[in-house]
Ligand binder design. Structure first.
Ligand code: SF4
Ligand code: SF4
Length: 149
């Protein structure tokens, strides 16, 4: 579901360019408005959509799997501390969701270099690196044993 820009709403501020992890949001050198230069490389992360102060970026599903006529809009309102999603289905139904903006203070996440190195037995463990500590739990739940077919 790549993004596209409504050029009449865009004011060329460049915030989408700065935040795009795929480096595909660029400012057109002639029109001074943003555009997605490589939609196939869009991560669909919605970072640019949330960051755009003009609400000028939209996301469009590929016609081969997304029902045409739907829309997914997201609005970030930092002054209210909220993110709002508006999902419109092809049959006209509308669903709206609002969530508080989650903020993780800078430097509060321990980097991998500050964890102990895994030992050689870890390769046969089902746990991922730093689990279960990084999940802030004592132990992962036991998986039910699969019945033999
Ligand atoms: Fe870049 Fe993400 Fe926006 Fe796609 S959705 S253009 S990857 S910021
Ligand atoms: Fe245009 Fe929005 Fe990108 Fe700013 S963040 S350049 S207004 S699309």
């Amino acid at each position: 579901m790549p993004t596209f820009v409504y050029m009449t709403k865009c004011d060329g501020c460049g915030k989408c360019v700065d935040i795009c992890p795929s480096d595909i949001m660029h400012i057109d050198p002639v029109y001074r408005r943003a555009l997605n230069i490589e939609p196939n490389f869009c991560w669909e992360c919605y970072s640019c959509v949330k960051e755009c102060p003009q609400n000028a970026i939209d996301v469009r599903g590929y016609a081969d799997f997304a029902p045409l006529g739907h829309s997914v809009r997201v609005l970030r309102e930092p002054e209210k501390g909220m993110i709002s999603w508006k999902i419109r289905y092809r049959d006209g139904r509308l669903k709206e969701f609002r969530f508080p903006i989650r903020t993780t203070s800078w430097g509060s996440i321990k980097p991998p270099s500050q964890y102990e190195l895994p030992d050689t037995d870890s390769i046969s463990s089902q746990l991922l690196a730093h689990e279960p500590d990084a999940l802030k739990i004592d132990k992962l739940p036991d998986l039910p044993k699969r019945k033999k077919a």
